[in-house]
Each structure stands twice: as C-alpha cells, then as structure tokens.
Design a protein around this ligand. Structure first.
Ligand SMILES: C[S@@+](CC[C@H](N)C(=O)[O-])C[C@H]1O[C@@H](n2cnc3c(N)ncnc32)[C@H](O)[C@@H]1O
Ligand code: SF4
Length: 387
C-alpha cells in the first residue's frame, strides 16, 4: 500500500478554471475561449461563494489536497489562486502536508507566473507538454514548441519540489521507435511523476470529424497495444512504474489528489462543470455544477451555488463507482470494502473466469487488481464485475 500522509480521512477540493487561449482539436474537457477577456475578479468572488456554500454542507473537513484543473488554470493571476486558497482555509482546516497542484500549459508567458503561484501556496505543478515533437505539437493544435515546453519544465523544476508533465501517445502516424525515443527524452526531464495518456478520439471534437473523413491516421488496436506495452517497460526500467493506468511515479511521489478519487474518498467540486462526491448524513452524494462558465457565474450570484445536480447514490452505485475507480489503480480494490458498501459480495465465479483469462489477480493481502495485460481491457473487466 502507498503511504497516506494525512492522519485524517482524505478530503480534496477540485477547482475548475474553464478558460483556455485556444481550443485543442482533440479536447472535450469543459474549456472555453473568451477573446473578449474574463472578469477574473467576479469569477473569484463566485468561487468564494461556492466554497462557502459547499463548506456549509460538509463542515469540519480537513483538506488533504487541492487541485486547480482546467481549462488552463495557469492563465489565472496568482492573486486569484491565493484568494481561492485563503477562502478554502477559512472554511475548512488545511492539512499541514496539503498537496496543492495547479495544471499549467507550458508557454513562456505562463512560466513567468510560477513563482507567484508558489508564493500563493501551490506546491506542485502539472504541465501539459503533450509531445516533444514540433510537428506533432502543431497537429495537436498546441500553442508551444517542444523547446518552449522544456524551458517551462526547467522553470518548474527550479521553483517547485514536485512537478509532473503530461504526454499524449498513440498519435497520428506515431511509430514505436519514435515514441520510445520521445519517452526516454521525457524521462530525462522527469523528477518524480509522468502522466501518459493514449490519444482518445472524443465525439464532437475536430479530431472526431477528421477521423470520420479518413483524414486522421491514428494507430490501430495492435499498434496502440504495442505502444502501451512499450510505455510500461520503458517507465518501469526508469524507476517510474505505473501506479494507475495512465500515471507513473517514483515510490511515494504519486499524485495524492487523484488517489483520493480512485480510492473512493470525498472531494468538493468547485467551479463550472465540476463534479464532487460528498458524504452527508452517512449517504454518498454526487454533485455537478452548471457547465457554461457564465451560466455558472450567474447561478452562483443569484442562488449562492452553481449546483445543478446533488443526488444520493444508492449503495450499489457507490460500490460500482469504487470498483470503476479503484481498478484503475495497480494496488486494486479491497473486496471487503466493496461488500461493506454494497451489502453483497463480488461474484466469485466471474472473478475466477477473469483470473483464468489473466485479466485480474488477487494479491497476498487479499486485494483484487487488474494485471498489466488486463489493463488495456479495463472497461470490459469493470463491466463484467459491476452489479
Ligand atoms: C484537460 S487538460 C488540462 C491541462 C492543460 N490545459 C493542457 O492542455 O496542458 C488535461 C490533460 O488531459 C489530456 N487530454 C485531453 N484530451 C485528451 C484526449 N483526447 N486524449 C488523451 N489525452 C487527453 C492532456 O494530456 C492534458 O494535459
Ligand atoms: S487540452 Fe488543455 S489547453 Fe487544450 S483545450 Fe483542453 S484544456 Fe484547453
């Protein structure tokens, strides 16, 4: 088991900043371009309002992790990040070893703000490098070159003890040789953590239309599988084994924020389109806020919260979510905890079949986990085991 630095049950706060300088053609995240600018001070007041409203529902929590995700939170002023962190600290207790991550795009403009983010309380940055190949970066619609990204990584390294960066692989025309060379170069720049995502073609994105029109030549299933296997081998050899299907870290350097999601703990979702999971009166509640940034802003101003969904999950739904999230982790899930949540045991017959197929295994301490060869089939494994 990986260490849990906090002495209390982990509780996280996710803050979504939904604005970007341009929209990347593969991205279906809740991100928007506003050429006329953003009234940042007004948005910050709304974040403060939503934090207060959420804390009124779940008072007394100790916050182990705060994550500014997007969109592009590195476009925020450090003073805005500071105000949001101060507000979180006013309404909840902040753990002394709190992890505060901010997602940043690796342009020179944003790198100049890194020092300000650190002064505000950010202690970890996650940089969206995406590729170390200028042709690929242009094709991905990125606004930075690989040189600029590496310079931003160097700035991050000089300011933060902890940084990570994201790469996307299984890109158009990518070969295993080219990816192996690119990944090794990336690892040379890595301190403790890397997120490596296989390109997914999301509906209603320009990449989806290009692919439909036969104009996007992305790796087929076999090549994608080879690229995945290669990724696992190269990272493990470099001391950065996977701890989750797309995340690699040195021991003890895992992203604590994402572990809170994957281990089924609670988190508050603040900002447009943010999701949360809260426990109120012993029941797990799923929350969602209005996705459209200006719609969210007006809702918070008028009603004090941007919430559009606040739904009690049934024990079965809560348990299936634990399965879905927990099986992404190399440490897997605790079948006893699954039974306690759902009131029923996992189907031993189905587990036996999956075990015989080599897709899952039971560890010496009784946890159920997906094997390395089972990971590319994760969705099917979860569908098989879920109620
Ligand atoms: C929503 S972005 C936010 C970070 C930041 N805006 C950026 O682009 O650098 C988080 C990460 O999701 C990944 N991502 C987004 N869309 C993806 C897709 N269609 N396939 C694979 N990875 C994707 C990228 O690696 C990106 O860094
Ligand atoms: S990948 Fe990042 S920068 Fe690009 S549109 Fe999505 S959130 Fe914005």
């Amino acid at each position: 088991m990986m260490p849990n630095m906090s002495l209390t049950t982990p509780f996280a706060v996710y803050v979504h900043w939904p604005f970007c300088l341009s929209k990347c053609p593969y991205c279906d995240f809740n991100s928007h371009v506003r050429h006329g600018g953003v009234d940042e001070a007004r948005f910050v007041r709304a974040y403060e309002g939503e934090i207060a409203a959420t804390a009124a529902r779940v008072p007394g929590e100790t916050v182990s992790s705060i994550f500014f995700g997007g969109g592009t939170p590195s476009l925020m002023q450090p003073s805005s990040v500071q105000a949001i962190l101060d507000c979180i600290g006013k309404h909840w207790t902040i753990a002394s070893d709190v992890e505060v991550t901010l997602e940043a795009n690796p342009t020179s403009v944003e790198a100049t703000r890194f020092r300000g983010f650190r002064s505000a309380g950010v202690n970890r940055v996650s940089l969206g490098v995406q590729a170390l190949d200028d042709f690929a970066l242009r094709e991905l619609g990125r606004l930075h070159t690989s040189q600029e990204a590496l310079e931003a990584v160097a700035v991050a390294r000089s300011i933060f003890d902890r940084y990570s960066f994201d790469l996307i692989y299984a890109r158009p025309q990518q070969t295993t040789d080219a990816w192996a060379a690119e990944l090794k170069r990336a690892i040379a720049e890595t301190a403790e953590h890397l997120s490596l995502y296989q390109l997914t073609i999301e509906p209603a994105t320009p990449f989806f239309d290009l692919r439909k029109a036969g104009k996007l030549n992305i790796p087929g299933e076999d090549l994608a599988r080879d690229l995945y296997d290669l990724t696992q081998t190269i990272c493990a050899d470099a001391g950065l084994p996977a701890y989750e299907i797309s995340n690699h870290a040195r021991r003890g350097a895992e992203c604590r924020h994402n572990l809170i999601y994957w281990r089924g703990h609670d988190y508050a979702g603040i900002g447009p389109g943010a999701h949360g999971r809260l426990t109120i009166d012993g029941r797990r509640i799923a929350t969602e806020t209005e996705r459209r940034p200006e719609g969210w802003l007006m809702r918070v101003e008028e009603r004090g919260t941007g919430l559009t969904v606040s739904e009690k999950l049934t024990p079965g739904e809560t348990a299936d979510e634990y399965l879905l999230m927990g099986l992404r982790l190399v440490e897997g899930i605790d079948p006893e905890r699954y039974s306690m949540i759902s009131g029923r045991k996992l189907d031993s017959k189905r587990i036996s079949i999956l075990r015989e197929e080599g897709a899952v295994e039971t560890t010496a301490d009784g946890r159920l986990r997906v094997t390395q060869s089972g990971f590319p089939l994760l969705d099917a494994v979860v569908a098989d085991l879920a109620a």
